[in-house]
Design a protein around this ligand. Structure first.
Ligand code: AMP
Length: 250
């Protein structure tokens, strides 16, 4: 069984992102970048499938600039066998990513594609669903547990107020939720080994995919600043302010 894991390079989740002063986008100058956390969970799950001998090969794929090689090397250090960079300077939106991934799937013929449920930069939560649809594959989104038997995969999904388990025919698309697993850290020897693992580069042109954007970002602005709090002298004063200033009680 072959597993394909699409990973996205995003701003590290510990970084407080600021908007550029001209509000054209987030300010990414000198900001620490990392693998999207949900994609890290996807890599971990694929590597566990390999360790349990359910999968034989794990391929990490990323779409973006040459800098994505850094995150692909991390995926290789975490246990992926090889990596593919689809190199483009375009800001590719979920439909473009899904079309490019479809072309990679047609080339590589994986049995399972495990994506993150969402990328923490754009919070789109669209790519896995679009990819499944373009491929006409079954999809199990927001997985908190997966079990593979023969040519089927059972996906337990986190839904409002409970869990739902669905059975999909392989090949299939799965997207990861937070509780699927706890990703490991890459060890130093594995980081060294990862430098020698194969990383191939393709372009959207080679895959014959037009990934040009259809959405134009008009403005990115920070949330309004919170006004400073006030200390009230008494409960009566608090009630008076809630009534007449904040107007949240009558
Ligand atoms: P999104 O739909 O943008 O929230 O992203 C959901 C998932 O799609 C991510 O967790 C990744 O697994 C995958 N994905 C999105 N963008 C990319 C990209 N540029 N390269 C590789 N995978 C991506």
């Amino acid at each position: 069984m072959k597993v394909l894991v699409p990973i996205k390079r995003v701003v590290d989740y510990n970084v407080k992102v600021r908007a550029k002063s001209d509000e054209t986008g987030p300010d990414l100058a000198n900001v620490k970048m990392a693998i999207n956390p949900f994609c890290e969970i996807a890599v971990e799950e694929a590597v566990r499938l390999k360790e349990s001998e359910t999968a034989q090969e794990v391929i990490a794929v990323s779409i973006g600039s040459n800098a994505c090689q850094e995150q692909l090397r991390t995926a290789l250090a975490l246990g992926a066998d090889r990596a593919i960079l689809v190199e483009t300077e375009l800001e590719v939106e979920p439909l473009g990513v899904a079309k490019l991934l479809k072309a990679v799937v047609e080339k590589e013929q994986p049995d399972l594609i495990i994506l993150g449920k969402q990328a923490i930069d754009d919070d789109s939560n669209q790519t896995g669903q679009m990819l499944a649809s373009l491929l006409s594959y079954a999809q199990g989104t927001f997985a908190s547990e997966i079990k593979i038997e023969d040519d089927k995969i059972d996906v337990t999904r986190e839904v409002d107020g409970g869990l739902q388990t669905v059975s999909l025919n392989l090949p299939a698309v799965v997207t990861t939720d937070l509780r699927l697993n706890e990703p490991r850290y890459a060890s130093l020897p594995n980081i060294m080994k990862a430098k020698k693992k194969p990383l191939d580069t393709l372009t959207p042109e080679e895959l014959n995919v037009d990934a040009s954007p259809r959405i134009e970002t008009l403005k990115v602005s920070p949330p309004p600043e919170r006004a400073a709090g006030v200390i009230v002298e008494s409960v009566d004063e608090l009630v008076e302010k809630l009534k007449n200033e904040a107007k949240v009680i009558t």
